[in-house]
Design a protein around this ligand. Structure first.
Ligand code: GDP
Length: 366
């Protein structure tokens, strides 16, 4: 599944956000693969289309997809040199698919700021610098290896790799993250595919604002937005304190009223999950049977066999064909039989590119 690592300086609201994520457990607790790790919070991905399908199919159970959030505490100035939790913490970041960088955008005299003042840009740079220094180490190590190979053998592949690596080195040395380096996917794979850089991972910034600054943010979050514009990164405005209150509400109506009070249409967590999905180019398809209506996560552009593979590897290997229904058709004709009769059920082969919201049924060999 999708794993997002939460990073940020101390006292910016990471734990508050993480606790909101992991205490909103009502739904995740039913999830069969729920892991019990205090640093991992499992959340279900909110999706109205599942509710629609549930109403139509009336299945025995509904299984949403999940996202895991990992609390990566302990990043402070000097972490790349082993300060704080240092290397252990950095190793945790290597495992995740995306980074959620929480930045303090609230004033509160009672909450000490580690650097003595609220300054979102400076805070962001402290974290970035630590990660970049670590990456620079990795790039330098690889450079040493490749330089030798390029010199000794005059190997043209090694030379190309060397050139790409130097681009990364230059960026990292000038305070830029590896994700900003402009190289082709193949060049990138060849040069850094094996060294697991930290700053190459996609990032979402969470501006943790005070409740009075909901829903649109404040001066701090505006500055943050302006600063990350060039990275093309999204800034999600959240109040961790409010999220923690939302997570305690079980009654959906109560929750809705509470959100409205703050001018919100959905929780910050829900916004964050959606942002992660779009950042990583993820989409959802559904399977809809009377036993189970279920959402599955795949990457945009995946063909039917690969999409089937997330259900079971055999489905991919022994894929024969897929039956596809579009949700609006299901809504209009009410049942699979109805859709079929109306001629709206399509049968697709190996080359079919699965679309967001498709209702799929796979036929596979024994
Ligand atoms: P962490 O060190 O990044 O995990 O930060 P915490 O989540 O422990 O938060 C540090 C302090 O800031 C705690 O006392 C929180 O109650 C407080 N805090 C977190 N989010 C907010 C917020 O949105 N507004 C205010 N005023 N305080 C917050």
């Amino acid at each position: 599944g999708l794993q997002c690592g939460i990073v940020g300086l101390p006292n910016v609201g990471k734990s508050t956000l993480f606790n909101a994520i992991s205490s909103g457990k009502a739904e995740a607790a039913n999830y069969p693969f729920c892991t019990i790790d205090p640093n991992v919070g499992v959340v279900t991905v909110p999706d109205e289309r599942l509710d629609t399908l549930e109403t139509l199919v009336k299945p025995q159970k509904v299984v949403p997809t999940i996202v895991e959030f990992v609390d990566i505490a302990g990043l402070v100035k000097g972490a790349s040199q082993g300060q704080g939790l240092g290397n252990k913490f950095l190793a945790n970041i290597r495992e995740v698919d995306a980074i959620v960088h929480v930045i303090r955008c609230f004033q509160d005299e009672n909450v000490v700021h580690v650097e003595g003042r609220v300054d979102p840009i400076f805070d962001k740079e402290i974290i970035d610098t630590e990660l970049q220094l670590k990456d620079l180490e990795s790039v330098d190590k690889k450079l040493q290896r490749i330089e030798k190979a390029a010199r000794v053998s005059g190997d043209s592949r090694a030379k190309a790799e060397l050139e790409t690596l130097l681009k990364y080195k230059k960026a990292l040395e000038s305070g830029k993250s590896a994700r900003t380096v402009d190289v082709s996917e193949e060049e990138k794979q060849a040069a850094i595919g094996d060294i697991h850089l930290l700053t190459v991972k996609p990032v979402i910034y969470v501006a943790n604002v005070d409740e009075a600054s909901l829903p649109n943010g404040n001066e701090y979050s505006e500055r943050l937005k302006a600063a990350v514009k060039d990275e093309g990164a999204e800034v999600v405005i959240i109040s961790a304190a409010i999220e923690s209150q939302i997570s305690e509400m079980e009654d959906p109506d109560e929750r809705q009223l509470f959100l409205e009070e703050y001018g919100l249409t959905e929780s910050g967590l829900s916004k964050l999950i959606k942002a992660c999905y779009s950042l990583l180019g993820l989409i959802t398809y559904f399977t809809a049977g009377v036993k189970e209506v279920r959402a599955w996560t795949i990457r945009r552009g995946w063909k039917a066999p690969q999409a089937a593979g997330v259900i079971h590897t055999d489905f991919e290997k022994k894929f024969i064909r897929a039956q596809v229904i579009k949700l609006p058709d299901y809504v209009q004709y009410k049942t699979e039989a109805g859709v079929r009769e109306a001629g709206k059920l399509s049968v697709e082969g190996k080359e079919y590119v699965v679309q967001d919201g498709d209702i799929m049924e796979f036929l596979h060999g024994a």
